[in-house]
Write a protein that binds this ligand. Structure first.
Ligand SMILES: Nc1ncnc2c1ncn2[C@@H]1O[C@H](COP(=O)(O)OP(=O)(O)O)[C@@H](O)[C@H]1O
Ligand SMILES: N[C@@H](CC(=O)OP(=O)(O)O)C(=O)O
Length: 466
């Protein structure tokens, strides 16, 4: 049995949905189908999830949002017409949205999640209806009734372990099951969404629960590439990645697959395949426990902007017991999580996501660090990008850091910080956001375009993350 997830771009309009259904019907093992909300039809389009956020925001602010509601309903109307479905499904969707708008607005996060999730929920109903119209035994599955239980952190849910047992019973159901991605229900029965892009997580949970032979993740590119194709022209496709490599890469900016989506499949030992809805015969990228080395220590280079660094220095910091704990405690009091902590003898930097660190929080945090930790200096630097260089082969390969740093120096990119990840399969460079693309291209050229003479032939062992 296979679980197949189709992303927003794969379901953006009627033509795409027809392709998806052809793919589903082409393989009888594709039994559980996870769908996203309709995504962008072209570069300048808006995803239905973003239309729904706009709808919820306006309704929360003004108690009225007819234009925003109409924009969402129109997307489904266009799809229903293109699929030659009766208009009745559009009425059902509009009625559903109007019901959701009646929910308690005094709890904006709950209200927002209910609206956001309608994108996948209604799309799952459309896809099921279309398959039924073709005489296929397909049915929509409601995540509540199926037992997809999640924590109650709105917009950032985590699956609860008991879900797996409930969801396992999906195996026994007849026909093709169309399951909406992106949300589950808290034990109190409230709808809660995963973070953005979270339909990938739903697919992984279901694949783990039903012990699928394969989790297929259909998107709009032939494979995962060794660098973001929006930054590097024709980057090398990747045939195979280990779970650990993919987790590092997706965490660090490969938006093609959600970084939290790997864990359920990994724990259950389910291989993941990233494939293209628009070119299903392309082999795609397989994500597995281990892969053969290919002579290149680096498999991919990811990047993301929007980071801030808090640099703290204090003479003899290394001898002060509890310094790190007290520093992190200050962040914990502000409900801040951190991303990286490169450190030296007398200094330490804490890297955070910038969007959660506004000027007010910054002032409080800096004051407390100065006062409570009696430091020599504390400097906040905003506008940073993190470049992550990833590859299992880096564990056995001396000199990878020097090659990457050399490439950055030649491209005149100033390195603000380096963190050789403890996982040994990644290294991180902090650079100014303006230099992000230049940095990615420079490292890409070093490891993927410099000719065979530069490739390290040292990597002998099978790379593994078992
Ligand atoms: N390294 C990469 N390899 C492949 N695609 C990437 C990479 N980095 C970023 N992307 C982008 O991810 C996109 C697919 O992800 P997403 O838009 O979330 O798709 P979906 O709608 O299928 O969920 C691709 O179109 C591509 O622009
Ligand atoms: N529609 C949701 C969830 C999702 O996974 O979407 P997509 O498959 O289009 O990335 C979002 O936009 O966040």
């Amino acid at each position: 049995m296979k679980v197949a997830k189709f992303g927003g771009t794969s379901l953006a309009n009627a033509e795409q949905i027809r392709k998806v259904c052809d793919i589903v019907l082409a393989d009888p093992d594709r039994k559980i189908i996870v769908v996203s909300a309709p995504g962008k039809r072209d570069r300048n389009d808006t995803k239905v999830t973003d239309l729904l956020i706009a709808l919820a925001e306006r309704y929360l602010a003004e108690g009225e949002a007819e234009a925003e509601l109409a924009a969402v309903v129109e997307r489904y109307r266009e799809i229903a017409r293109g699929l030659e479905l009766s208009e009745e499904i559009v009425d059902v969707i509009e009625a559903d949205l109007r019901e959701r708008l009646k929910l308690d607005r005094s709890r904006p996060e709950m209200f927002m999640d209910a609206l956001k999730a309608s994108g996948e929920d209604n799309n799952a109903k459309v896809v099921a209806r279309y398959l039924q119209s073709k005489g296929v035994a397909a049915s929509y599955v409601n995540p509540k009734e199926a037992g997809l239980l999640v924590s109650d952190e709105h917009g950032n849910a985590q699956v609860l372990p008991e879900s797996y047992e409930y969801l396992r019973t999906l195996r026994e159901r007849e026909g093709i099951l169309i399951f909406p991605g992106f949300f589950g229900y808290s034990p109190a029965g409230e709808l809660v969404t995963f973070s953005r892009g979270g339909s990938d997580i739903t697919g992984s949970i279901l694949a783990a629960a039903v012990k699928a032979d394969l989790y297929e993740n259909f998107t709009d590119v032939d494979s995962v590439f060794s660098a973001n194709p929006n930054m590097v022209k024709n980057p090398q496709p990747i045939e195979k990645l280990t779970y650990r490599e993919m987790r590092e890469l997706s965490y660090a900016g490969f938006s093609v697959f959600h970084d939290e989506a790997l864990i359920p499949a990994f724990r259950a030992g389910i291989p993941v395949c990233i494939k293209n809805t628009n070119n299903p015969s392309a082999r795609g990228t397989m994500i597995v426990f281990e892969r053969e080395p290919n002579g290149n220590p680096v498999v991919g280079i990811a990047s993301a902007d929007g980071f801030v660094s808090i640099y703290v220095s204090k003479y003899l910091m290394n001898r002060e017991i509890g310094f790190g704990r007290r520093l992190l405690h200050i962040l914990e009091d502000e409900n801040l999580s951190y991303e990286h902590i490169p450190s030296g003898i007398d200094d330490i930097s804490v890297i955070l996501k910038e969007d959660r660190f506004d000027a007010e929080i910054e002032k409080r945090v800096v004051e407390r660090i100065r006062k409570e930790l009696a430091v020599d200096d504390v400097v906040v630097q905003r506008g940073l990008s993190m470049i992550m260089v990833v590859g299992e082969g880096m564990r056995h390969n001396v000199g990878t850091t020097a090659r990457a740093a050399g490439a950055l120096a030649r491209a005149h990119v100033n390195i603000e910080m380096i963190n050789q990840g403890s996982s040994e399969v990644s290294m991180m460079f902090g650079v100014q956001a303006v230099d992000e693309e230049k940095a990615v291209r420079a490292i890409y050229e070093e490891f993927f375009q410099s000719g065979p003479e530069k490739k390290h032939a040292l990597e002998k062992e099978t790379v593994t993350n078992r």
